[in-house]
Design a protein around this ligand. Structure first.
Ligand code: BYC
Ligand code: FE
Ligand code: FE
Length: 472
């Protein structure tokens, strides 16, 4: 396998030097990528030195290099996890056959659509977050969001590599379309719903990184099982970067929770807006929103698309290799939550068409573990409140529950009750205005906005008050 060529214009371990046709396609695409970055990437700070991590190898140990970089000079590269010799397809009709090193002709369209859907989310999130550098609560946080942004940019590169290396002309066209769609644009929106929502403030950003980047983790893990080996290897490497995005989300929300508790204790009231904090009930409403829109990203509970992806060997289950069933699932069933005659019920459903729901279940369990860690923070402060994930049917736009009004506790409610309670369950205009009013940049070293606690430690063993972004 080729070692990492870090000196090339496009750092890579796919032997670009030898593949002139692909190199040319990528070199043609690169200026378009950079103009996209300059047009809708992070607003401001493009000329500043940011202490960033860059992928320079695919070794599990030591794959990252930390240094000051100006974002437009970031070395967006193409890295695939090491190939597993003699890898075989682990599930579906082709189980046991050698993994495909080329696109299986009959599945070309389906595979391309999966790659485009995945690829589309990456630049979308950068667009959604582009204004946030301007209102960062600290230099540490500013650095973290830029880190996430450049890596989402690299994830786009990862998918564009697949399109250009394996899909010829239509792949090149899709690669260009990925730079043409825009988050929230009514004419050319991004493909999936959550990626057209606004990320207007840092509470939303941290919730997004916790809930929506975690959808990324589960989708990438399912694609990492793919019988199409280049996709599998690409996704396996992306997952190593993804962990930091979720870390940013979990610790970000955790620090806001901590600050809320400190203010609540200090002033002996949960009405902490007077003291510039974000109260736990506001945090809960934001949580409800971001969890529910992220659940939609898994698709419908019953999906023949999902069954096909699996049967064809294109997209597996989370940790497919660790499961001990037949990996074909023709006979198996899976319990699916659905709406029947105005009731929420769990129904055993053929497992193949239930794969979206199963992946969603894995995801929900992971979210629950994070919420419990936030609750530990609250408990340590002796406060008798718990954050909760709302019911999976709450506020859904995709799937069986989208047709009903479901309360966070899982009760079916009337339209009238929904309208009356919505302000308790979802962020209100007033919440958004209040949170927006807190978004004042804090860029002095060692300083943090009043609504968020400092992190427990810095990045890459640097101190918390390190100069993560050089503003001079
Ligand atoms: N919005 O059969 P169904 C990330 C459509 S995040 C709009 O249930 P399927 C990241 C669907 O296209 C991870 N439309 O759908 C995170 C279908 O249309 P057609 C992103 C939707 O195909 C943070 C129809 O409804 N990766 O990486 O089983 C920052 C029927 O639905 C939506 C992936 O998504 C929706 N939410 O499942 C940066 C992986 N849901 O065919 C990055 C690749 C469904 O009837 N994608 N529809 O016209 C997939 O695996 C699947 O496409 C989905 C949907 C899981 C998304
Ligand atoms: Fe990503
Ligand atoms: Fe991410």
């Amino acid at each position: 396998m080729a070692s990492v060529d870090y000196l090339e214009r496009i750092p890579n371990n796919v032997n670009l030097r030898e593949n002139r046709r692909l190199l040319r396609a990528l070199e043609e695409w690169q200026p378009r990528y950079l103009s996209w970055w300059n047009e809708v990437g992070p607003e401001g700070y493009q000329a500043k030195d940011v202490y960033l991590r860059t992928a320079v190898s695919v070794d599990r140990e030591g794959w990252a290099h930390f240094d000051y970089v100006k974002m437009p000079e970031y070395r967006w590269g193409i890295f695939l996890a090491e190939s597993e010799p003699n890898r075989v397809i682990g599930f579906g009709d082709h189980q046991g056959h050698p993994a495909w090193q080329d696109v299986p002709g009959e599945y070309r369209g389906t595979l391309r659509r999966l790659i485009v859907t995945q690829g589309d989310t990456e630049p979308a999130s950068v667009e959604q977050q582009r204004h946030l550098g301007r209102t960062c609560p600290s230099l540490y946080d500013m650095r973290n969001i830029f880190q996430v942004n450049v890596e989402e940019g690299r994830h786009l590169w990862a998918m564009v590599y697949l399109l250009q290396a394996y899909f010829g002309r239509d792949g090149r066209e899709e690669a260009d379309e990925l730079l043409r769609r825009r988050s929230g644009d009514s004419d050319k929106p991004r493909i999936l719903g959550a990626f057209n929502e606004k990320t207007p403030d840092w509470l939303s950003f941290f919730m997004f990184s916790f809930f929506t980047d975690r959808d990324g983790k589960y989708q990438l893990a399912a694609l990492a099982e793919s019988g199409f080996d280049p996709l599998s290897r690409t996704c396996r490497f992306m997952l190593t970067e993804e962990a930091h995005h979720m870390f940013v989300g979990e610790t970000g929300v955790g620090r806001i929770v901590q600050r809320a508790c400190e203010l609540q204790r200090e002033h002996r009231t949960d009405d902490i807006r007077r003291f510039g904090g974000i109260d736990l009930s506001t945090i809960q409403r934001y949580l409800n929103f971001h969890f529910s829109v992220s659940l939609d990203l898994f698709g419908a509970e019953v999906s023949t698309n999902a069954a096909n992806f699996y049967t064809l060997g294109l997209k597996g289950r989370f940790e497919e290799g660790k499961k001990s069933d037949d990996h074909r699932l023709h006979e198996a069933t899976y319990p699916v939550t659905t709406l029947e005659h105005g009731q929420i019920v769990s129904r055993d459903t053929p497992a193949l068409v239930s794969l979206n729901e199963r992946l969603r279940d894995d995801y929900i369990a992971d979210c629950q573990r994070g919420v419990e860690r936030w609750n530990q923070v609250i408990k340590r402060h002796g406060i008798d409140v718990e954050l909760r994930l709302p019911h999976r049917g709450f506020h859904r736009a995709i799937g069986g529950c989208a047709a009903a009004r479901i309360a966070p506790d899982g009760r079916l409610v009337s339209e009238a009750e929904w309208q009356a309670k919505q302000a308790e369950w979802l962020p209100t205009g007033e919440d958004q205005e209040y949170v927006a009013s807190l978004m004042k940049p804090v860029v002095a070293r060692a300083q943090f906005a009043n609504w968020i606690a400092p992190p427990a430690r810095g990045i890459n063993s640097k101190p918390v008050d390190f100069e993560y972004v050089r503003l001079e």
